[in-house]
Design a protein. Structure first.
Length: 210
């Protein structure tokens, strides 16, 4: 009745780009008005730019082992089950009345036009109410999922901003079965374990502080 909602990082870690150490350089004059120009740090220095450092995170492992995702997915699943029960509870009597109206119409083809119109109107009301019940619950779940996705993106971004700066990494790419951005990755550049450990440590400290 209500589709399964899964919390993942398909869109969250599609491509996270950490651009570090921005500085302003270069001046140009247009009609004696000076304007500042931002130059990419990798090309701002003298000589050849340093080699780009690219690492990747296995999104499937992050989904399975990042405790924030595990706990929130379980919580969202429980909310989905509760929503389905509410829908069934409110849906059932209306569905029964709707089916009863259908049977009555089939068994009484000789009913007057006014009676038929009233019956049809009642069935339309019941159908509208059933649709509204389901849409209401689905809407609540979708809103909660969107909020969790936004929080997940923020958490991962904030952690990777620190992690990549400490290790001189320029790009972090997602390697995930459902959204395969990276077709091949040298395991030497797989930072998944460190990222998950760091995220879980931060999450545990946050929970302990509360």
């Amino acid at each position: 009745m209500i589709g399964k909602i899964a919390l993942g990082v398909t869109s969250v870690l599609a491509i996270l780009v950490a651009i570090l150490w921005m500085k302003v350089s270069g001046l140009s004059a247009v009609n004696t008005v000076e304007e500042s120009t931002q130059m990419a740090p990798a090309f701002a220095g003298e000589g050849e730019p340093r080699a780009t450092v690219v690492a990747y995170v296995n999104g499937d492992s992050l989904n399975a082992k990042y405790n924030f995702i595990v706990e929130k997915s379980k919580d969202l699943g429980q909310k989905m089950t509760a929503a389905e029960e509410r829908v069934k509870k409110e849906y059932a009597p209306r569905q029964a009345q709707y089916e009863q109206n259908m049977r009555y119409a089939q068994e009484h083809p000789e009913m007057s036009q006014a009676e038929a119109a009233a019956l049809q109107q009642d069935m339309e009301r019941l159908q509208m109410e059933m649709d509204e019940i389901q849409q209401r619950e689905v809407g609540v779940l979708q809103k909660k999922e969107a909020q969790l996705q936004e929080e997940l993106l923020s958490r991962v971004n904030q952690y990777l901003a620190k992690y990549t700066k400490e290790r001189g990494i320029d790009y972090v790419i997602n390697k995930q079965s459902e959204f395969q951005v990276l077709l091949f990755g040298n395991a030497d550049y797989d930072i998944t374990s460190e990222v998950i450990a760091g995220l879980n440590a931060e999450y545990a400290a946050e929970k302990q502080a509360k």
